[in-house]
Design a protein around this ligand. Sequence first.
Ligand code: URA
Length: 244
Amino acid sequence: MDKQAERLQKVIAHSGVTSRRKAETMILEGKVKVNGKVVKELGVKVTSNDSVEVNGIPLEKEKSVYYMLYKPRGVISSVQDEKDRRVVLDLMPEVTERVYPIGRLDYDTSGLLLLTNDGEFANMLMHPSQKIDKVYVAKVKGIPSPEELKQLKRGVMIDGHKCKAVYTKLMSADRKKNTSLVQIILHEGRNRQVRKMMESIQYPVQKLKRERFGFLTLEGLQPGAHRKLTPEEVHRIKKEYKEK
Ligand code: URA
């Protein structure tokens, strides 16, 4: 992977100087230089090798930070919501860096969500070539047979794509209530993928939780709580999932 190129206004906003909107205005007003030259277009992309100046002052790069959040249900995996619903950043009020989620969990899905302000790190983890286990536990209506669960490993068509589970397992079944708990491990991360895959074999998901992301688990965290990744964890992720 090349050094990650990002839009100039995003880089300015991430550095903490101003909002993305205001950064756009400043670019248009000719107040921003890249490698010593004024840039007045909004489409320009820069990498961490480029030097950016705003009003003649070089951008200081914000220190990279990495968090794990136990996202509860009923919270949106984004940094702001146009309808003013609760978003994940509302759960991390003391975090002053401009972090954003790496991928997303649905509003109604709980579980492990990573957040960072390190664009290269986020892009590395979201790159489709990565084979990172994302382990989900789904409470479903009905009790799928081993053969039906195998079908998910062979692959099911969803929105024109063949989606495959890496692993599936019936963990428990409640015959009286006609519900069950299914573990499903994915490498892909398509929109509502677990829900759509279970629906495709006629077992609608009632509750969904992501329990693990790679080697990271939620151990020690309550729903709604977060912690910083340790330097060792960050190092291990970078080593295991470095550019493919
Ligand atoms: N699959 C889903 O259906 N929802 C999620 O939030 C994550 C994976």
